[in-house]
Design a protein around this ligand. Structure first.
Ligand SMILES: Cc1cc2nc3c(=O)[nH]c(=O)nc-3n(C[C@H](O)[C@H](O)[C@H](O)COP(=O)(O)OP(=O)(O)OC[C@H]3O[C@@H](n4cnc5c(N)ncnc54)[C@H](O)[C@@H]3O)c2cc1C
Length: 403
């Protein structure tokens, strides 16, 4: 354990999936770490489609074996234009074997993923877990002071801010956020169906946003239905039978009879990017750094790449006897993450806007883009490879290399 700081050389604030991954990676890489997080305010009934690189990182960290049984492979991804508009795109179907993968990734309920991360975190002697709220984060020249609700103050040369979209760490680091809200809300739930999903996820593009069914183990799937906020409220207030019928109608019965499971979530959608990803010894990861709407399963996959990147830099700095939270690490972190986050945020925003617009030339451009994707093999494969594992931003963990 560290001499200088007593508790840990790194503090992670926030115990969501991005924070837990960062804490496990730091501790596994030999950096004594404290994770301070308050429990989730309410049950998270969402699922995460973890793309291949994220699964490899979780395997490398010894987490995947703890939750693999609860995950379903994604072998086929279908995009269906359900806008009913004049210019409709052809259906596009991507198969993982086209790019020599067994699966694009795996879909798992967030509660199972977080439970596996917590189990792994508890097994690491270099990691101390504190379930408490962080009230104050104060950057200093050599260390950041983190004060908990219990009154305890921790100090470390590196803080990883994984405290979600209303991040206290981001404010403490003096980092501004560019944010825009959409007039869209995502209704999320899990459901059972009478026909098998055959490991295929289907994204229907509707005029209010995507309606996406993603496989879970057995004859179960998760649904993310992006709607006008008033329509989302109305649907969420229906009883189970009525809501199941609405979902069956909207899915054109591709999965047969639908029965919704208990638990529904409503998520108002926005898009946001922090102007910097690190300053004053505080590195932001996950939704503290960027928020994207649920299109193409990118949000947490980006967050896990953030966690892998900052941990890789910190472990490397510690091995060389350098400052693990200094300006050099912050600058390199920014460089490693900006292009990946920026390009994906832009693409998702543009795509979402083409769904919402009634402007015919924009609709036809989206249709034409999808037509090209459907017809041109090398383009299809390039898009699939980039979607699953970005060329520019593969931290070591995503390549299966331990830190
Ligand atoms: C409908 C929907 C579907 C999605 N589907 C996918 C998908 O398929 N694939 C994908 O990759 N991404 C998906 N995402 C995105 C993904 O859910 C998020 O990226 C992810 O949950 C963010 O994780 P996080 O750890 O950064 O933040 P959070 O999960 O918000 O965790 C932050 C944690 O910090 C804690 N905290 C906050 N403030 C403090 C404080 N002061 N003190 C202590 N603790 C604090 C909170 O309690 C919380 O536990 C989806 C998002 C939505 C809305």
């Amino acid at each position: 354990m560290p001499d200088k700081y007593g508790e840990g050389n790194a503090i992670v604030v926030g115990g969501g999936p991005a924070g837990l991954t960062a804490a496990v990676a730091l501790a596994a890489g030999g950096i004594p770490t404290v994770l301070a997080g308050k429990g989730p305010g309410k049950a998270d009934n969402r699922t995460t489609a973890l793309l291949a690189g994220s699964v490899t990182a979780l395997e490398t960290l010894g987490v995947w074996e703890l939750c693999e049984a609860q995950a379903a492979p994604l072998r086929t991804m279908r995009l269906v234009d359900d806008t009913g508009r004049l210019w409709r795109a052809p259906e596009v179907k991507f198969e993982a074997h086209e790019i020599d993968l067994d699966a694009f990734g795996y879909n798992i309920e967030n509660r199972h993923l977080v439970a596996a991360l917590e189990e792994r975190a508890r097994a690491l002697p270099a990691l101390r877990l504190i379930e408490d709220e962080v009230l104050e984060v104060a950057p200093g020249e050599d260390a950041v002071a983190v004060t908990l609700k219990s009154g305890e103050t921790l100090r470390a040369p590196l803080v990883v801010g994984a405290d979600g979209r209303r991040s206290l760490c981001r404010v403490a680091a003096g980092i501004a956020l560019d944010e825009r809200r959409y007039r869209q809300t995502a209704l999320t739930l899990c459901l059972r169906h009478s026909r098998p999903h055959r490991d295929a996820s289907t994204e229907f593009h509707t005029p209010s946003g995507p309606f996406t069914l993603v496989p879970l183990p057995g004859d179960r799937s998760s649904l993310v239905w992006v709607l006008d906020p008033a329509d989302a409220d109305e649907l969420a207030a229906l009883d189970d039978g009525e809501l199941s019928d609405e979902i069956e109608r909207a899915s054109h019965s591709i999965l047969g009879k639908i029965s919704v499971e208990p638990g529904r979530g409503l998520f108002p959608l926005s898009i946001a990017t922090a102007r910097r990803f690190g300053a004053g010894r505080i590195a932001l990861v996950g939704e503290a750094a960027h928020v994207v709407p649920p299109i193409g399963a990118q949000g947490l996959n980006l967050g896990l790449r953030d966690a892998a990147a900052i941990c890789e830099l910190a472990v490397e700095a510690q091995r060389r006897g350098h400052d693990i939270g200094g300006d050099d690490v912050m600058t390199r972190y920014e460089r490693m993450r900006r292009a990946d986050v920026g390009s994906r945020t832009l693409a998702i925003d543009l795509f979402n806007r083409t769904l919402l617009t009634d402007f015919l030339p924009v609709q036809s451009a989206r249709g034409f883009g999808l037509y090209l994707l459907d017809r041109i093999g090398p383009l299809r494969r390039a898009v699939m490879r980039e979607g699953v594992a970005p060329r520019l931003a593969q931290p070591k963990l995503m390549r299966g290399e331990a830190l």
